[in-house]
Design a protein around this ligand. Structure first.
Ligand code: MG
Length: 159
């Protein structure tokens, strides 16, 4: 048995006229995250953490942003594809822990919904997925509400 860890980080700009998706949950807000996909930076950070743990590069290598197949794709679909890679490698997820850094909207009330969506994809129990939300204390572009960022860490057991 081999235990592997991976870390992931992502940031996307907030943009008018887009729906906001975080952790697969649609969150009511005046702006959404810009990006080739739905811009869900939490799922993108989780994907990079999973890929890091199994030694399979990063999200940009698997889903190039010039590829029209991934235009406006839901990030839950990308997560599903990456979890197939994890399983093919003989991996199973033990634990994922995440931080969302957003000045607005308030993310806390939506964490339960994100966990409900993400746990089945990751095949973990609710206690095995940590999602924490914090602001950037008004500092920098995140603090000014121009972007939302996320950090994730994944612990994977390989057969
Ligand atoms: Mg991204």
């Amino acid at each position: 048995m081999r235990i592997k860890i991976g870390i992931g980080y992502d940031i996307h700009k907030l943009q008018e006229g887009k729906k906001l998706f975080l952790g697969g949950a649609k969150i009511p807000f005046s702006k959404g995250l810009a990006g080739h996909s739905d811009g869900d930076c939490l799922i993108h950070a989780i994907i990079d953490a999973l890929l890091g743990a199994i030694g399979e590069g990063d999200i940009g290598q698997h889903f190039p942003d010039a590829d029209p197949r991934y235009q406006d794709i839901r990030s839950t679909k990308l997560l599903e594809i990456i979890m197939e890679h994890v399983r093919k490698k003989g991996g199973s997820v033990h634990h994922v822990d995440c931080i969302i850094i957003a000045e607005a909207p308030k993310v806390g009330p939506h964490i339960a919904k994100m966990k409900q969506i993400l746990c089945p994809f990751l095949r973990v129990q609710a206690d095995d997925l940590g999602i924490k939300a914090k602001t950037n204390e008004g500092i920098g572009p995140i603090g000014q509400g121009e972007a939302i960022a996320a950090v994730a860490q994944a612990l994977i057991e390989l057969e």
